[in-house]
Design a protein around this ligand. Structure first.
Ligand code: 5GP
Ligand code: MN
Length: 347
């Protein structure tokens, strides 16, 4: 792997591959969030203005409605759909392959084998902990707020920020916004605000993006949220932990669609004194888990050790093949082992 952010020679190697490439493919992780689509579509809008014969953005899975307004979204090729064959062809013929907002190949699900088999030069741009070693180049910083921040820096590195257009700026701003929790998480650095300012100068209207993302609820979703806060949020003050458990039945009852549960885990964390919040969601025989934390309690370590996941210190995902009940039971049985660490946090 070439960490080309550290070495002029490797940057030069990359630039030569970049210049010679004709067919480009971009992908980001499954169940895309604002940063996955923001970085993917932001890079897509930028690359489309350059010399390539073709640029395509493939999403491993379908995307939620809250991303449906993004510039370029109607061009997205969804792998897990009737477009699969087309996606396979794109990957087999690509000579440059961008992997955004993930650095563990399993995070693109069934697309993994085709990524690894593709003859393309591969470049990872990402900020998740513990990157794997499958790419030719890696532009990675776990301290970065978002992959969108890194995509901006990547375009800067190749000396081309002038070329960022309004569509690209809107997408990059989206990931900055969502991955920093609207500019409030720890990674909200001067650099984040500097880049946000430069994107505003390219025509981003913050109010519009914020409303498209967060003020676009359906009545069903608000009622579902009301039900969760009323009946499902469990607080364990002795551990400073909150959790929510949702069965497939409940999701169906409230007409819940992909993306409707996004962000709900944060309500637990908004309670005074809570250090870790978790949500367990039953979907198609698998339990999808989100963990959030504050201060130095690492949910990425916690998830990696117990729930086949990972991510960032304060935001991680995981999964379980056990039943919903068994998974929550396992979680609850682990808490005594983490009690000291949870009580130690300054919050
Ligand atoms: P979420 O709870 O929103 O699904 O995920 C929180 C964060 O952890 C996101 O940055 C997401 O990309 C990351 N994440 C989720 N699942 C995994 C995983 O299995 N491995 C790794 N490395 N990161 C994950
Ligand atoms: Mn991200």
């Amino acid at each position: 792997v070439k960490y080309f952010s550290d070495s002029p020679q490797e940057l030069a190697d990359f630039q030569s591959d970049f210049k010679n490439a004709r067919k480009v493919v971009i992908t980001s992780h499954q169940n895309p969030d604002g940063d996955a689509f923001g970085s993917g579509l932001g890079l897509y809008a930028y690359l489309k203005t350059l010399h390539f014969d073709s640029v395509a953005f493939i999403s491993p899975t379908d995307y939620a409605d809250f991303l449906g307004w993004m510039p370029g979204v109607s061009d997205v090729v969804v792998y897990e759909s009737d477009q699969k064959e087309y996606a396979e062809k794109l990957m087999a013929e690509a000579d440059l392959f961008f992997c955004l907002d993930f650095s563990a190949a399993a995070r693109i699900k069934d697309m993994k084998d085709s990524l690894l088999a593709s003859p393309a030069k591969k470049i990872v741009i990402d900020h998740h902990e513990q990157p794997e070693d499958f790419a030719d180049y890696i532009f990675w910083n776990e301290k970065a707020s978002s992959t969108c921040e890194l995509v901006y820096q990547f375009i800067d590195k190749i000396g081309d920020v002038e070329q960022i257009n309004q569509e690209s700026a809107i997408c990059l701003y989206t990931g900055l916004l969502t991955d920093t929790g609207s500019f409030k998480y720890e990674a909200t650095s001067p650099e984040v605000h500097r880049i946000a300012g430069l994107l505003l100068a390219k025509g981003v209207v913050p109010n519009q993006i914020h409303r498209s993302l967060f003020d676009n609820n359906t009545l069903d979703r608000l009622k579902f949220l009301g039900y969760i806060l009323n009946k499902k949020l469990v607080y364990l003050p002795e551990f400073r932990v909150c959790y929510i458990k949702l069965s497939q039945k409940e999701l169906q009852k409230f007409n819940s669609k992909t993306g409707d549960t996004e962000g709900i885990v944060n309500y637990g964390l908004s309670m005074a004194g809570v250090v870790m919040s978790a949500i367990f969601i039953e979907k198609d025989g698998l339990i999808k888990i989100s963990f959030r934390s504050v201060d130095d309690f690492s949910v990425s370590d916690f998830s990696r050790e117990h729930f086949e996941g990972g991510g960032h210190k304060n935001a991680a995902g995981g999964r379980s093949k056990q039943s919903l009940e068994e998974t929550v039971e396992k979680f609850l049985n682990l808490l005594p082992y983490y009690k000291n660490q949870l009580l130690l946090q300054p919050k």
